[in-house]
Design a protein around this ligand. Structure first.
Ligand SMILES: [Zn+2]
Length: 325
């Protein structure tokens, strides 16, 4: 499936996302489109009413192109844009559980410092959304965070770090594209970006999926998505999603790499650049990780399943946020 398109991959990814913090635009939108297929009309209308009551600031620089036909899909990546003007929210997109601690179920409280991690952020934003006495802007922002973060927690590399900023500092050759270091010491492609966007783009090219809506249809076809039951994203529930993501990161995202990276110190969890942790980016570049068909075939089914689960769980959360009267 992937071999035939390997030659065109360089072209595809050269125009692609450099956003290092989330599923790319297509992934987040596909999650929304999967959720929309499960939601009741009443809930979709309630979601749209909250979003419309306080739209995104027109001055905010948006990374993804607009989706004029769907206000919910249009805000799927808003939280990544918001992070640029509201940096305190940056830590809400992930939880840095060190790869070296393994499954360690007790780690999730320890590595959610001051409640600034994706688990506590989803729970807190859901509470804000449910409050009746919240002003329309806070309510709409809370909803936009939930739409985005429920997606992010299903990206395996948002629930782990190996002293490498969740594999942002793990340079890889992706098909024909060799990693380059920029003047800030960042590398592209890197393993995190490959999972955010490049593998999805490779799948879309191979399956002739023109846009995120077509990707969502493919995801639904390749799973057993059924009806949705309202379920609030409680701490224990979101923790279980993060634990599953962490396991997939260990066994597939890192686990299926051609060269097993060394286990980095558990203390190396807050890096400001790939120069930190003893120049981790350059050290990992020396592993010369080369990802092609074999890696894509191991990873893509995981990505499709995670996008589907994210869509289902987003729908369940929204049904719980806007129960039928
Ligand atoms: Zn994000």
């Amino acid at each position: 499936m992937f071999r035939t398109i390997a030659l065109s991959v360089g072209l595809l990814i050269s125009a692609g996302s450099t956003n290092a913090f989330a599923w790319g635009c297509d992934g987040h939108r596909a999650i929304v489109f999967v959720a929309e297929q499960l939601l009741s009309t009443a809930t979709i209308n309630a979601v749209k009413t909250v979003l419309t009551a306080s739209p995104v600031d027109a001055a905010l620089k948006r990374f993804c192109d607009p989706v004029p036909s769907d206000i919910i899909a249009d805000v799927a990546s808003w939280a990544d844009d918001e992070r640029d003007v509201n940096p305190v929210t940056g830590a809400w997109h992930f939880i840095n559980v060190p790869r070296s601690v393994g499954a360690a179920p007790s780690a999730y409280g320890k590595y959610c410092l001051n409640g600034d991690c994706i688990i506590d952020a989803i729970v807190a934003q859901f509470k804000t959304l449910k409050k009746t006495s919240v002003d329309p802007t806070r309510k709409a922002d809370a909803l936009r965070f939930i739409i985005h973060l429920v997606g992010d927690v299903h990206q395996p590399l948002h629930a782990i770090t190996n002293g490498d900023r969740g594999a942002n500092c793990l340079p890889v050759t992706y098909f024909s594209q060799a990693p380059q270091e920029d003047d800030k010491g960042n590398f592209a492609p890197n393993l995190h970006r490959v999972w955010d966007a490049d593998l999805i783009r490779t799948l879309m090219a191979a399956q002739h999926l023109a846009d995120a809506r077509a990707l969502a249809a493919y995801i639904v076809q390749h799973g057993s998505t059924t009806s949705v039951v309202a379920q609030a994203p409680t701490t224990s529930r979101v923790k279980s999603w993060a634990r599953a993501s962490n396991a997939l990161a260990r066994t597939v995202a890192y686990g299926r790499l051609p060269v097993n990276p060394p286990l980095e110190p558990a203390a190396a969890i807050t890096l400001t650049s790939c120069d930190d942790n003893n120049h981790v980016g350059r050290r990992m570049a020396k592993l010369h990780e080369r990802l092609a068909d074999g890696y894509a075939q191991a990873s893509t089914p995981v990505i499709v399943r995670q996008l589907r689960l994210a869509g289902e769980r987003l729908a369940a959360a929204l049904e719980a946020a806007f129960p039928a009267p």
